[in-house]
Design a protein. Structure first.
Length: 720
């Protein structure tokens, strides 16, 4: 196939779905192209094919379908950067991993209307395949916050209005892309992944989204969770007010619906094909009837429950009423064009809006001075019992002690400043636990314990230890916070922002979630020095890094002093980022390091492999693969590739995933002109120049099956 000289326009004749992908059939001709399920293309759309890819023609520009959205990014876990790809779903494996994450958070919930999803893929062998996703959907017709905010003249190309009335809404609502869901794996909360997803949703919306023949000018999100986890604001979105919710009318609406349930069943009031708000009301009535049956409530008892409901009681009864009651939700908006961004900035200044929060500002009283140890020696003494076996040992080794003294710490000097994070590390028996016991119970005396030297604590010293929560209540109640909003805010602070986690007992949580729950419990206690022994000893490397990062972030935010002890720290040292490290090598030897120096020393001994299988190729070559002109690519043979695995083809601005069908590794001297031609180069010299290899290096030629191709009259097959 030759390079496309000019754009071709087609009509989308039909769309079919299968295994997380969809195929579009174009006319004239009989071309079928497989595209991601999230591709915004449907029947009767005008499709444009040119040298840059496949597009849908909109009133205000072209909306890109292929190449699909894929971008490199990085998630910081403490000092460690995890490389990820944010992309549309293009393989069955990705779709399966997405479904598993989605089913956990949204059981029995399905998106309606147009929607598109981006997933965060980690590729790390110890991490889940998909650690988060974001979903875009068509915007709701009604949103009180939006109606008030946009009730002012606006003009940007095809989209104009003088006031946000019904006429404006009918057309302009399609110029708004809505973030309907933003989900992060529960073990990866609090790392900024939500903010990262919003950033990529904006980029996707600008170039890949359209609705009603319009590319979007705005992107919005409304969600309860934004009250407690402000990731949208951190991503640069602007607060424009709260949605109305239905607390003020839910009693009246459901009383009418329940009293007319039989007429509704006969289709006299609500028809089966009704959509939008009418269908939403019918679903709410069905959920109310289910709840009444499940709990044995009469209609009068149920209506009385609704009549007396408040925002606080609705939150406490979330599990019962979440499908019936809607609380007001904060709404955030961002402009996707210069005109839209200026409009939001101007309206925000005119209206003076800011998120209303009655949430408690969690804080502690930072210690008012350092914790000082000067020439401290700690030892234990124990009497030897006179037994036959003890006498035999004395005779065999020529010793005759009546008392054994074992020294755990010798002449240690250490100063811990307010707000510092200190790591104590060393082998078993080096004195870590003994030292922590003195920090935990400074006034507690042990008869067999001998302490020489000086240990001084600040006057307001309040130590707290990480320990299991023994309550059998749901976690939201076990924290013993009367105000539900404050409890949810605290849970968000420590990275437990998940409705199902709120309702679980402590012993039903994962180890990482239990650690975060203990952290929340310590914040409630008001302790200003947190002490942790055997830190991360029962956590896998991934969870250790995540919880260490959360610990240091929260501690530094609150001004808490942290002292942790562990026999080894390579799993979490880069995430914990300690200010000081006390290394207890043996009883007679210890060293105090600056945290950065110790971390750098550890870093020098750790190799950091690249887990994403990138394969660099020139930009023209990737489009030849996309257009089906070639099925081979050449590169450097220094990467771990095997037949049947996936590879990410990379240029300056395009990424494309493909499956390796076959591969050939050979020295440069064996490359021939035929190899150049099949990999998209005109001459052998051009191929060698592109590879830029030393004479003794090896080249690799891959036979590839891209996950998407753009070929007239040919069905592209997705990688599996």
């Amino acid at each position: 196939m030759t390079v496309i000289a000019q754009p071709f326009e087609y009509l989308c004749r039909s769309v079919t779905w299968k295994a997380g992908l969809k195929s579009i059939r174009l006319t004239p001709g009989d071309s079928t192209i497989t595209v991601p399920l999230s591709a915004c293309v449907t029947e009767k759309d005008t499709v444009v094919i040119n040298n840059d890819g496949l597009f849908v023609k909109c009133r205000n520009g072209l909306s890109q379908i292929l190449p699909s959205y894929m971008a490199r990014d990085s998630i910081m876990i403490g000092g460690y950067g995890l490389d990820v790809l944010v992309k549309e779903i293009t393989t069955e494996d990705e779709y399966t991993a997405y479904e598993a994450l989605a089913d956990y958070h949204y059981r029995d919930a399905a998106a309606a209307g147009r929607y598109a999803r981006l997933i965060v893929c980690s590729y790390h062998p110890l991490y889940p395949a998909v650690i988060g996703y974001i979903e875009l959907a068509t915007s709701f017709y009604m949103n009180k916050a939006r109606s008030n905010f946009m009730n002012s003249p606006f003009s940007d190309g095809e989209v104009t209005w003088e006031a946000w009335d019904k006429a404006a809404m009918r057309t302009a609502v399609h110029a708004i892309a809505r973030i309907s869901r933003c989900v992060v794996h529960t073990e990866f909360r609090g790392l900024g992944i939500g903010q990262l997803l919003v950033k990529h949703a904006e980029a996707f919306a600008r170039h890949h989204w359209h609705s009603g023949g319009l590319k979007p000018l705005f992107i919005e999100i409304s969600a309860d969770m934004l009250k407690y986890v402000p990731f949208a604001e951190r991503a640069g979105m602007t607060y424009i007010g709260n949605t109305e919710g239905n607390l003020h009318r839910v009693y009246k609406d459901l009383r009418y619906l329940l009293q007319n349930a039989e007429r509704i069943e006969r289709g006299e009031i609500i028809h089966k094909d009704d959509m939008g708000i009418v269908r939403e009301q019918a679903n709410r009535m069905e959920r109310a009837l289910d709840l009444m049956r499940e709990e044995g409530l009469t209609q009068e008892e149920f209506l009385q429950l609704l009549q007396n409901i408040s925002p606080e009681s609705a939150l406490k009864q979330y599990a019962r009423l979440h499908d019936i009651v809607r609380l007001p939700k904060p709404t955030y908006l961002k402009g996707l064009t210069a005109e839209a961004a200026q409009y939001i900035s101007r309206r925000s200044q005119d209206l003076g809006l800011s998120p209303i929060s009655n949430i408690r500002d969690w804080s502690v009283n930072t210690i008012d001075g350092p914790i000082s140890l000067r020439d401290v020696t700690i030892s234990f003494s124990s009497k030897v019992r006179r037994t036959q076996q003890a006498h035999a040992i004395q005779q065999a080794f020529n010793i005759s002690p009546d008392k054994i003294t074992s020294t755990h710490i010798r002449q240690l000097s250490l100063e811990i400043q307010p707000g510092e994070i200190v790591l104590i590390t060393g082998p078993s028996g080096s004195g870590k636990t003994t030292l922590l016991e003195r920090f935990t119970n400074p006034s507690h005396s042990i008869k067999a314990l001998n302490i020489n030297g000086v240990i001084e604590f600040p006057s307001n010293y309040r130590p707290g230890i990480f320990e299991p929560i023994t309550s059998r209540k749901a976690l939201i109640d076990a924290l013993d916070i009367d105000n539900v909003h404050e409890a949810l805010h605290l849970m968000g602070l420590v990275g437990l922002s998940d409705a199902y986690i709120y309702l679980k007992r402590y012993n039903e949580l994962s180890k990482g979630q239990q650690f975060r729950a203990q952290l929340a419990n310590l914040i409630v206690s008001g302790s200003n020095t947190w002490i942790i022994d055997e830190f991360c000893s029962n956590l896998d490397p991934i969870t250790a890094a995540v919880v260490s990062d959360k610990l240091q972030r929260v501690a530094r935010q609150l001004g808490v002093t942290v002292i942790v002890a562990a026999p080894h720290a390579s799993n979490f040292i880069f995430s914990l980022r300690p200010d000081k490290v006390l290394q207890l090598t043996s009883v007679w030897e210890h060293r105090v390091f600056a945290g950065r120096a110790y971390t750098e020393a550890v870093d020098q001994g750790i190799a950091r492999p690249q887990y994403i299988p990138f394969f660099d190729i020139p930009r023209p070559i990737i489009f030849k693969l996309l257009q089906g002109q070639i099925v081979h690519a050449a590169g450097v043979a220094d990467r771990n590739l095997t037949v049947g695995t996936h590879v990410i083809l990379v240029t300056d601005d395009v990424l494309l995933d493909a499956r390796v069908i076959d591969m050939q590794v050979l020295p440069l001297t064996k490359l021939r002109r035929s190899d150049a031609l099949r990999t998209g180069f005109a001459t052998r010299k051009a191929l060698l120049s592109a590879l830029q290899l030393a004479p003794n290096r090896l080249a690799i030629i891959l036979h590839l099956e891209p996950s998407q191709t753009l070929v007239e009259g040919v069905v592209s097959r997705p990688a599996t």
